[in-house]
Structure formats: C-alpha cells, structure tokens
Design a protein around this ligand. Structure first.
Ligand SMILES: Nc1ncnc2c1ncn2[C@@H]1O[C@H](COP(=O)(O)OS(=O)(=O)O)[C@@H](OP(=O)(O)O)[C@H]1O
Ligand SMILES: [Mg+2]
Ligand SMILES: [Mg+2]
Ligand SMILES: [Mg+2]
Length: 389
C-alpha cells in the first residue's frame, strides 16, 4: 500500500491531525488526533477557574433554595427567588471568570440577561441579587473585601451575551439548569463549559442536591446521605467527581453493561420537556426492566457518567430548539467518561453553530456497547410513531 504521511494543521495552531492515507484508494485513515500537551495545559487555568466559579455559584443557589423551601413562596407561585438565584449565579460565574482569567480573551454565552432587571420596579430584586452576590463572595473570601454595586452585577450578567460560534473561545453557562427542579427542591445544576473553535474542551457540572454515595462505594462510608457533587472533564483527560465542598477527586466511568435488559434509563422529570411515551416504547424494545428514572437538568449527564444509569433519552416536543448551555458541560462529562452523546441519527452534537443545537429529533446518550441497539430501537419507535397501525 502506498502510504503517505500528511500533517494537517487545523485553524487552532496547537492541534495537529496526523493522517495516513492510501492515495490509490483515496481512503483517508485518521490514525490519531494528537492533542499536544501544550493544548491540554493551556486549558488548565480555565479549568481551575471554572471549578471555582461553579462551586461559588452553587453556594448562592443552595442558600436561595433553602430559603425558598422554608418560605411559603412556592405555594404562592412567586418565582422571583428563582430568578434571584439564576441571576446571582450568572453574575458570580462571570465575575470569577473575569477575575481568574484576566489575560485570556473569551466571551460568555449564557442563558440569562439583565433586561428585566433594568425595568422600573425591579430595583428591589436587583438589590437582593447584589446582596446575595456580595454575601457569597464575602463568605468565600478569595477576593478580599470586594463589594459589587448593582451596576457591576448588571454588567456581570450581561457579559453572557455572546452568540458563541465556531471561532475563538466561548464559555457556555447555564447558571441554574433545571429551574423547575430547583423550585420543587429537587435536582438542578450549575453548568459551565468552554468551547474552543466550536468544540467543547472542558466542562464542569455542580450538582448541589445529588448524593455522593449513590453508587460509589468509595464514598459510602464517608457520610450517609451527603449531597453535593462536582463533575469535571477536560478533553483527553477523563471525567472526575468530587464533593462540591471538598477535594479528593475520583475518576468516573460510564457503566460497562452490554445487555440492554439490565439497563436503566434517565429522562426529564417534566413531561413537557421530553416525550415520556416515546422513551417508554424505546425501553420496551430494548427489554429494559427498570422503570424510568426522572431527574431534572444536566444532573442526568453527571449521574450517567458515574454509571448510576445506562441510558439518557431526551425527545422534546415538536418545535423546541435545544440550547447549547443545556448540553455542553453534560456532553463532555459523559464522553470523557467513555459514553456517547448523539442525535437520533447517531450524529455527535455540534456546538459550533451559535446558541442553538441543530439536531435530528432528540438526544440519546449511552455507552459505546449499547449505542447500536439503542439507535435501532429509537429508529423503530420513531417510525411507529410516525405511522401508527
Ligand atoms: N418545552 C421544552 N422542551 C424541552 N426542554 C425544555 C423546554 N422548556 C425548557 N426546556 C429546557 O429544559 C431544561 C431543563 O432540563 P430537563 O428538561 O432535562 O429537566 S427537567 O425537565 O427539569 O426534568 C431547562 O433548562 P433551564 O431553563 O435552565 O431550567 C430548559 O432549557
Ligand atoms: Mg437549562
Ligand atoms: Mg437555566
Ligand atoms: Mg431557564
């Protein structure tokens, strides 16, 4: 075979694709994608900053959720404390990233903006957010006696106005993913990822209400029902989990099961967010015996990355467009733990197109062994749904 060696230098100068190909058959065989160690190291500062930012934001969210559950606000359907936590979390993450990465050019694509907070009548809410942000920073202590003004908080929130895209570095932030879970007192996550030239290169998921001990025997003895997990993953370096307010990270892996009958699957808690009847038909085809596990937010990706479940199925109702901040961090957390995340045609998610993910029908996640059977079951169920007997 006539083999030529070709070095392709991608637009990102540090990434080298080394490819061998047979000219006779015009068949390109990519043998390896060598991420030079300088690339991995160049994300180290951002990785540390992201972990710090998500952990500090989680403290603010925990405080607000505690107050929310102790008050009667939930029964009055006054959602403002949720808004307070969403905004506060976004302001804190933006602030920490700016402070920790002063010399790295980046932008932030985030879910919230300050429009409503600038309206007449929103001054009290803005002041509460500002107080919460300042209290959280003061308890953390890393930034001395800094005090942000209401204007600083508005600006920090609005740092999240980038549209993302395929060039440069963009942080992707969901300050509270799973707002409905947050209000109910259930699961939610602070989700932060970094896109470099359109690819997710690192992700952090702070999951304040996820038990540490669910299946990791290493943590079983540490505390009975201790909750609060921080998942983090960097491209080519695996996925780790540690207590949200602690250290001692553990490497995590998706489940190794190969028999779909032994699989359990995750889906959205809210049936308005994902078609539960479709998931049920897919699970039936796969012979899954366990009932669905319904969890809010990207906590599903975190739990799947450590093998708590084997499959995540997400089928939004017609017309819904997925946003990148609802999947970027979760996606790398699962893929670096050995899992696969794709749309129903088996295509990987493309985070380079701006705020939205352009995808075919839904998102499916599992390990490499189960993916072919899952894709087949999904295809069959979708066909049956399209033309019922
Ligand atoms: N109609 C509809 N269809 C599909 N998805 C929707 C829909 N509406 C909202 N969302 C997004 O779902 C995010 C919450 O994640 P999940 O759907 O996985 O969790 S759950 O529904 O709370 O169980 C949630 O994220 P947050 O807004 O950050 O909470 C939304 O971005
Ligand atoms: Mg979300
Ligand atoms: Mg959100
Ligand atoms: Mg929202």
């Amino acid at each position: 075979m006539n083999i030529n060696c070709l070095r392709i230098v991608t637009p990102q100068p540090q990434v080298k694709l080394i490819s061998l190909f047979s000219t006779r058959k015009s068949r390109t065989l990519i043998l390896s994608l060598k991420l030079s160690s300088s690339v991995l190291m160049s994300y180290d500062k951002g990785f540390a900053a992201a972990k710090k930012a998500a952990s500090i934001a989680a403290r603010l969210c925990q405080k607000v959720q505690k107050a929310l559950l102790q008050s009667d606000v939930q029964s009055k359907l006054d959602r403002s404390p949720v808004t307070v936590a969403d905004y506060g979390s976004q302001a804190l993450v933006s602030f920490v990233l700016e402070r920790e990465l002063p010399s790295e050019p980046f932008s932030i694509v985030a879910e919230e903006d300050s429009k409503d907070l600038r309206k007449d009548g929103a001054q009290d809410t803005l002041q509460r957010i500002t107080d919460l942000v300042n209290d959280t920073l003061s308890i953390d202590g890393s930034y001395g006696s800094i005090t942000l003004s209401t204007e600083d908080v508005l600006k920090a929130i609005d740092s999240g106005k980038s549209e993302g895209g395929s060039h440069g570095r963009h942080w992707v932030l969901d300050p509270i993913d799973g707002t409905k879970g947050f209000v109910r007192g259930d699961q939610y996550a602070i989700a932060l990822a970094l896109l470099d030239e359109g690819k997710v290169v690192l992700g952090v998921l702070a999951c304040p209400n996820l038990p540490l001990a669910s299946i990791r025997s290493d943590y079983q003895h540490s505390a009975d029902k201790e909750v609060g997990c921080l998942f983090f993953a960097k491209i080519g370096a695996g996925t780790y989990m540690q207590p949200l307010n602690g250290s001692s990270p553990l490497k995590v892996q998706v489940t190794a099961i190969e028999n779909s009958e032994e699989a359990s699957f995750f889906e959205s808690y809210e049936k308005a967010h994902s078609m539960h009847d479709l998931s049920s038909s897919i699970a039936k085809k796969l012979g899954v015996k366990a009932p669905p596990v319904r969890i809010d937010s990207q906590v599903k990706y975190g739990a799947l990355s450590r093998g708590d479940g084997a499959i995540y199925l997400r089928f939004p109702h017609k017309g819904y467009r997925e946003k990148i901040w609802d999947h970027a961090a979760g996606c790398i957390v699962v893929t670096e733990a050995g899992g696969v995340v794709s749309d129903v045609s088996g295509n990987p998610l493309d985070f380079s197109k701006g705020k939205y993910l352009d995808l075919d029908t839904g998102i499916i996640v599992t390990n490499q062994k189960l993916m072919p059977a899952l894709l087949k079951a999904v295809k069959e169920s979708l066909e049956e749904k399209a033309s019922p007997l």
